[in-house]
Ligand binder design. Sequence first.
Ligand SMILES: *Cc1c(COP(=O)(O)O)cnc(C)c1O
Length: 449
Amino acid sequence: MADFRQIPSVDQLIQSDNFQATLQSYGHDWTVSAIRETLNEIRSALKAGKALPSHAEIAQSVNQRLAAQSMPELQNVINATGVLLHTNLGRAPLSKAASQAASDLSQTYSSLEFNLSTGKRGKRESHCAEFISRLSGAEDALVVNNNAGAVLLALSALAKGKKVAISRAQLVEIGGGFRIPDVMRQSGAKLVEIGTTNRTHLKDYEEAIGQGAQLVMTAHQSNFQILGFTTEPSLTEICALAKSAGLPVYLDLGSGSFINMEQYGLAHEPTVPEVIAQGADLVSFSGDKLLGGPQAGILAGKKALIDKIRKHPLYRALRPDKLCLAALSATLLHYLKGDYEQEIPLYRMLSQSEAQIKQRAQAWQAQLPKSQIIPGESTIGGGSLPGETLPTWLLQFKPKSANKLLNALRAGKPPIIARIQEQSVVLDPRTVQAEEELIIIQRLKEFLE
Ligand SMILES: *Cc1c(COP(=O)(O)O)cnc(C)c1O
């Protein structure tokens, strides 16, 4: 029978030399709680017939415990899934310039709401707003924390207690429980459904306007497609009709882009400048979807509408922080300067040709003889371009247990996220950045040896 009296007390331990460095690093209270947890484990081990560890050994396990507890939960990971905008993996990685801008701004005071030429109070997002207007042709713009917030804010400011007309095909639910009808209710707007799920005609819009709608809204079908016997009037037609009735048209674009996705062999996604040119009075979109920037919600459109939205009390609750604005402004600059394809990781990944990816996959495989290269598909993800894929080449492994390899890749530092396809593990080089390649090869070599 184990002698529990031999177990040192917490007091004895924290006074011993073994613990002085730990106390310095983690402070008294955290160290004591880690010692208590470790001693509980030792008690169970003694009961199970194990030997009593030395003070030095106890110190070592306390240190390991503290190191694990202090590790940030939020870590960099390598995305080898081939899903370009993976919401669970933080959507768009930032460009070097965007990341640097946020980092540079973070360690000193900044001119966030201070106009340096007048010495008076300024607007926090005026720099981004100027860039967005320049890129989109919209009169003015406003930035908030995310696009879900932008939708709620726009409807609260423009349509509280009023009727809002929207096609039945657009009463969408995007991820995370965000449903257009719920957001509308939350904002105090009254929903007027137009047409049917598959077919909505211009005369249905006319009818809804006749019923007293005061805002016409359309929401992008970001994560699904309706195929077959379908019809929707064009945005130009809807805008002309609404204009003749004196009503504004608001588009929740979801994934706003300034770039025509057709150049990457993808379906046409209405761009922000296009919909503004077609007559939309207000649009909202995310900063971290096809824009390739930080999490943000962007509203762009007529100045009178943006002014009204900016004055709404909810704006104060949704305003973006300075790091987001610094990164967003640097991201927008890539589009203005035309270097987005070289600088924004999302566009670097989109613009890689199949042949370039095959070459990368072959270079990986040359070092990993137990793998094969197979053709596959990368997807956009993140509620953008549903059903659209890009041809790619995958590195494929067929270990005894695919799950075991998947877990091992995830357990390393940094974690590598791969996927399972037909009981094999596949890695897509498209979403792997150049500086991550060596880490992947090294980790796979270790596992497969
Ligand atoms: C993604 C999306 C949103 C929400 O945007 P977040 O930036 O994730 O808050 C809202 N509406 C549509 C149509 C979307 O696709």
